[in-house]
Design a protein around this ligand. Structure first.
Ligand code: SAH
Ligand code: SF4
Ligand code: F3S
Length: 479
């Protein structure tokens, strides 16, 4: 077995890292690996955020260069790759549960290889647990060496157990082949990593320091996608608003990048995620130009209590956040805003929680992801005194969800009677309507129409609103 490069879970050291310029290189498949797995089948099981969705598209692209083809199901696949998430304990538990289940398939199909990658292996304890308890795993890789997967798999198919996780980011690797999930939407990473160190969050450790891609590479990619017929791109970064701060040789902002991108022949541009502290007036000014910049912003607030926000190291207060929303709405009156909220952060009192409810009442969110604080080993907050019983946290979550759901419904109701432009994504799996897609404001809309509309943008009259979705009638065929 290869010796894993030491993983440095020395988080204090990680926090001291400095902003240094990134190096760039172009991807090349190592000699001899093209087509080595011709005809073998694979399945990728993806957990976590859009960064992982985007990485899974790269994994699929790399596997295709080796000759792998998609499998029908995990049971019969020759290779199963778990692209994992470490953000909360339940995300990790799911993966360990699946690893247990897949063991049975592997016993029936001994040629099967199992690879575990993504954010979990960046934690030393996870690698130790896999090595100790999960014999069925053949390859362990991290977020910084995904492009080495072909070589690792090649070794695994020669009966080596391969464990390679890097603690240091390395170069930004451009041109990694990709197999996109569909032909009309695409993820485009503008940056990798995160330097925020919110005290509860493991991402700065699993994804490394903040590194921005060069603007010309991003513009070139979006331009090429538009020409290939992609309708919608979503720009990705843990904090897209700090894009470019790591360049030492030039001044670049996310707003300036958007200003260039909006002039390209792409129909829709979205981005996620924005950190409120870096959401500049320059950015609001560009978004207000509308056009292909969608009137939708996901702006995680986490809490409404200044005391808790300070303990979370979020670097803004509730009043500042609401003032930012007011500026955003003054510039884009129709904008939809959603957020993320955490309840039960260590030391959160009923009074703090009331402040979160209060902020939710004032903010007019049209949706929110809500979480109970999950201590992540090695992050500062995992060591904070947390004496709120789980039952109290669960009850807060329920109360918060009631408030959030009112916002979802109100946000959907305001579109009834209006004509919405929908990018048709596929057949609806819920309800009686046949097709489904997202509106410009990122609302899910179901309506009846022929399959041929999938991948096009159509006009739909919104006729009814539920909490989670809109229903409507097609009035204009797609372009
Ligand atoms: N970079 C993004 C979000 C990344 S994680 C941002 O800053 O907005 C997505 C969400 O998971 C966070 O916004 C937060 O609400 C939640 N989260 C992160 N760590 C968590 C933890 N330890 N426990 C509970 N929720 C957490
Ligand atoms: Fe985590 Fe905060 Fe970075 Fe978001 S901004 S990824 S919550 S550390
Ligand atoms: Fe999870 Fe890693 Fe994303 S921890 S939320 S998959 S950056």
């Amino acid at each position: 077995m290869s010796k894993p490069e030491p993983i440095k879970p020395d988080l204090a050291q990680a926090r001291k890292r400095s902003k240094t310029a990134s190096a760039f290189c172009a991807y090349e498949l190592p000699a001899g690996l093209a087509g080595f797995a011709a005809g073998k089948t694979y399945l990728i099981d993806t957990y976590g955020c859009q960064a992982n969705e985007a990485d899974s598209e790269k994994i699929a692209g790399l596997l295709a260069t080796c000759g792998f083809v998609p499998a029908e199901d995990a049971e019969h696949a020759d290779l199963v790759v778990f692209n994992t998430c470490a953000i909360r304990q339940n995300a990790e538990n799911k993966v360990f549960g699946e690893l247990g289940r897949i063991k049975i398939y592997k016993e029936r199909h001994p040629g099967m290889k199992i690879a575990v990658g993504g954010c979990m292996p960046q934690e030393e304890a996870v690698v130790a647990k896999i090595l100790k308890t999960y014999d069925q795993v053949d390859v362990v890789f991290g977020t910084h060496n995904l492009h080495d997967l072909p070589a690792m798999l090649h070794r695994a198919y020669h009966d080596e157990r391969v464990v390679e996780v890097r603690s240091v980011e390395g170069d930004i690797v451009e041109n990694v082949p990709r197999r996109r999930q569909d032909g009309f939407r695409a993820w485009v990473s503008v940056m990798f990593g995160c330097d925020e160190f919110c005290t509860y969050c493991i991402v700065p450790y699993t994804r490394g320091k903040e590194r921005s891609r060069r603007p010309d590479d991003i513009v070139g990619e979006v331009d090429a996608l538009a020409r290939e017929g992609v309708r919608e791109v979503t720009l990705l970064g843990q904090n897209v608003n700090s894009y470019g701060l790591d360049f030492s040789d030039r001044h670049e902002t996310f707003a300036a990048l958007l200003e260039r991108l909006r002039l390209l022949p792409i129909e829709r541009i979205r981005f996620t995620t924005s950190h409120p502290k870096d959401f500049s007036d320059e950015l609001i000014g560009v978004l207000a130009k509308g056009g292909n910049l969608m009137p939708y912003v996901h702006l995680p607030v986490q809490s409404g209590s200044d005391r808790i926000l300070r303990a979370m190291n979020r670097k803004y207060g509730a009043a500042q956040y609401l003032a930012l929303l007011a500026r955003l709405r003054a510039a884009i009156p129709d904008v939809s805003v959603t957020t993320d909220l955490i309840v039960g952060f260590p030391g959160e009192t009923e009074e703090d929680f009331q402040m979160t409810l209060d902020l939710v009442a004032k903010a007019g969110f049209e949706g929110a992801y809500t979480f109970v604080f999950s201590p992540r080993s090695g992050t500062p907050a995992a060591g904070y005194l947390d004496d709120t019983p789980r039952a109290v946290k669960d009850e807060r979550l329920q109360r918060l969800n009631l408030a959030v759901n009112e916002g979802y419904l109100a946000g959907n109701r305001r579109f009834v009677g209006r004509i919405a432009k929908v990018l048709v994504e596929g057949r609806s799996t819920t309800g009686a309507k046949h097709l489904t897609g997202h509106t410009e404001h990122n609302k899910i809309l179901h309506f009846d129409g022929p399959d041929g509309l999938i991948g096009t943008v159509v006009d739909v009259l919104v006729t009814d609103a539920k909490t989670w979705s809109l229903g409507g009638e097609l009035i204009h065929l797609g372009r």
